[in-house]
Design a protein around this ligand. Structure first.
Ligand SMILES: [Zn+2]
Length: 324
């Protein structure tokens, strides 16, 4: 063990709107947590400066509390070259080839790991959360988009170009709606939380001249995926249809994932996974229908919530201390 009792990792999970930050000890215990706005609209240089300032502040807080900050872990969205420590591309933070690991090391003098937010979240769920009893884990985060992390022996595969795990862009419906990536029919164009909400709004709009569903009144906020799940559970016709379409598409995506990875556990995270039995019961059945000789994985909800990415950042930081 390269890590002793009072030592902590400084961990930052940088998102498009906010940063989740923590001091985490080697056993995965959060000793201190704080959150900051990202304000991505200020541009990438300003965001990098905020990341470095927040990390410095956390290291100072650790020392003030009698702890020793011994490593730094930063995770960001998009395409991340973990080996080179470069944030290659991120739509919602505006990064283009930012050598974040070297910048952080220069500023703080701490060994620094740079990782990908969803892969880090999957790492945390696999080692500390819902997947900790299963060696091979596929973590699937379903939110605005859909992304995944394949974790084996406590580490998440990055791919050759830092872009592994893009499960959301598996083609499931060749004639389906356009995806943000430019191609029609991707999984996330049908089964992400935003796709579910959008599809429901479309159908309700189309059905408002005679359908049974109620369109939101002008000025009301759009119905969310969670609302669609609740309305489907209550038996509402349009919601039931949209929800079933999403579940079927998800089952197709997960069946492909299982064919590729043969995992023991699939952990579903992100907002949509909070739909509980309304999601997991039909999804388990639909996935089972699609498996032939493949072994059925355990399908479970994530347990670490939106702290998973930050905990994963800490694990990446601590892991590099363990490496001789
Ligand atoms: Zn796509």
């Amino acid at each position: 063990m390269g890590v002793s009792d009072g030592e902590v990792a400084v961990a930052l999970d940088v998102g498009g709107t906010g940063m989740k930050c923590a001091l985490v000890s080697a056993d995965g215990v959060v000793r201190h947590a704080e959150r900051h706005p990202t304000d991505a609209g200020r541009g990438p240089d300003a965001v990098v400066e905020t990341i470095l300032a927040v990390a410095e502040g956390l290291a100072g807080k650790a020392r003030a509390d009698g702890l020793t900050p011994n490593a730094l872990g930063i995770v960001v969205p998009g395409v991340v070259d973990e080996a080179r420590g470069v944030a290659v591309w991120s739509a919602n933070v505006g990064f283009r080839d930012v050598p974040l690991r070297d910048l952080a090391f220069t500023r703080l003098g701490l060994p620094t790991a740079l990782g990908h937010d969803v892969r880090a979240g999957g790492l945390a769920e696999a080692r500390l959360g819902a997947g900790r009893d299963g060696g091979h884990v596929l973590f699937v985060a379903i939110g605005t988009g859909i992304a995944a992390a394949h974790v084996v022996a406590g580490s998440a595969a990055t791919g050759a170009h830092g872009a592994a795990g893009e499960l959301g862009h598996i083609l499931v419906r060749p004639d389906g709606p356009a995806c943000g990536c430019g191609r029609p029919g991707c999984l996330e164009a049908i089964a992400s939380a935003s796709a579910v909400a959008r599809r429901y709004a479309e159908l309700v709009g189309a059905a408002s001249d005679g359908g049974s569903a109620q369109a939101p009144a002008p000025g009301r906020t759009m119905v969310t995926a969670a609302d669609v799940a609740a309305r489907a559970a209550a038996g509402e016709q349009v919601a039931t249809r949209v929800w079933r379409e999403a579940v079927e598409a998800l089952a197709d995506g997960l069946a492909t994932g299982q064919a590729l990875f043969d995992v023991e556990t699939i952990v579903l995270g992100g907002g949509l996974a909070q739909a509980g039995a309304g999601l997991f019961d039909p999804l388990r059945a639909a996935l089972r229908d699609r498996l032939t000789f493949h072994r059925e994985p355990r399908l479970v909800p994530a347990v670490l919530g939106d702290e998973a990415g930050c905990l994963g950042a800490a694990l990446l930081a601590l892991d590099q201390m363990e490496t001789p």
